[in-house]
Design a protein around this ligand. Structure first.
Ligand SMILES: [Zn+2]
Ligand SMILES: [Zn+2]
Length: 256
């Protein structure tokens, strides 16, 4: 199975899986890059997977329908272009012979879902939209900090080898914030230097892995003493993981 990321807009990636004959795409905000990739590689479009309703994730769905030989899958609790097969926590789908388990991950939007390939020995693939980013997480547009904390906790519990295929290339700016949260974390500094070189070459910093995110992502590190101290300095009322998470998320909204 081939995994490709098709750049779209300023900083989106439309993830495409294909087996040389058929392809599936995740969150096609723009049909153009998908059609170009299908044509260039002679692929048929077998499925579209949607994580949440934002236009930069669903904007290309209707334009792709004439090419589509299978279903559009999407979050049961959100308004996305009809028709689609509604999915919710615990749903299972098979796409290109891979089994995907669906998780509810509310916070960025109220009905956001994530797709993770069933662990069959290979490194699982996680398509998490705008919930978990490399070294960051999505803004809380519709959900609460408690919901997002719960959603991120569930993603953090996936196998360390899980490949994190999020939608946006925000890694460098997220790492700048991560260094401010944890100035003493050498791995964040090292990884920031690595990602600067990667971006300078025009390459992408994704996918990441759950194991790496557990070491560098302040929004998964609510139990680290240094992270807790920073959160308290930023106004967290106590050391509870939800309050630590909420204070960091608030700070990130203001951080430049
Ligand atoms: Zn979004
Ligand atoms: Zn987005």
């Amino acid at each position: 199975m081939n995994l490709q990321a098709l750049p779209a807009f300023d900083d989106n990636y439309i993830w495409m899986l294909h087996d040389g004959v058929s392809a599936a795409v995740v969150d096609p905000g723009d049909a153009g890059p998908v059609i170009a990739a299908l044509d260039a590689q002679g692929l048929e479009l077998a499925a579209i997977l949607v994580t949440h309703h934002h236009p930069d994730h669903v904007g290309g769905v209707d334009e792709l329908r004439p090419r589509l030989k299978g279903p559009v899958y999407g979050p049961a609790r959100e308004k996305i272009p009809q028709p689609f097969e509604p999915l919710t926590d615990g749903s299972r789908i098979e796409v290109l012979g891979l089994r995907f388990d669906v998780m509810d991950v509310p916070g960025h939007t109220a009905g956001h879902i994530a797709y993770v390939t069933h662990d069959d020995g290979a490194s699982p693939l996680l398509f998490c939209g705008d919930t978990l980013f490399s070294a960051g997480c999505g803004r809380l547009f519709e959900g609460t900090a408690a919901q997002m904390h719960q959603s991120l906790s569930r993603l953090a519990a996936l196998p360390g080898s899980t490949r994190v295929c999020c939608t946006h290339e925000y890694t460098l700016s997220n790492l700048k914030f991560a260094s401010a949260v944890e100035p003493g974390n050498a791995e964040i500094a090292d990884y920031a230097r690595h990602c600067q070189a990667v971006r300078a070459q025009g390459r992408m910093t994704l996918p990441s892995t759950i194991a790496r995110e557990l070491r560098i992502n302040p929004f998964l590190r609510w139990a680290e003493p240094a992270v807790i101290e920073t959160a308290i300095a930023q106004g967290a009322p106590d050391r509870s993981p939800v309050h630590v998470f909420a204070a960091l998320r608030e700070w990130k909204n203001r951080y430049r």
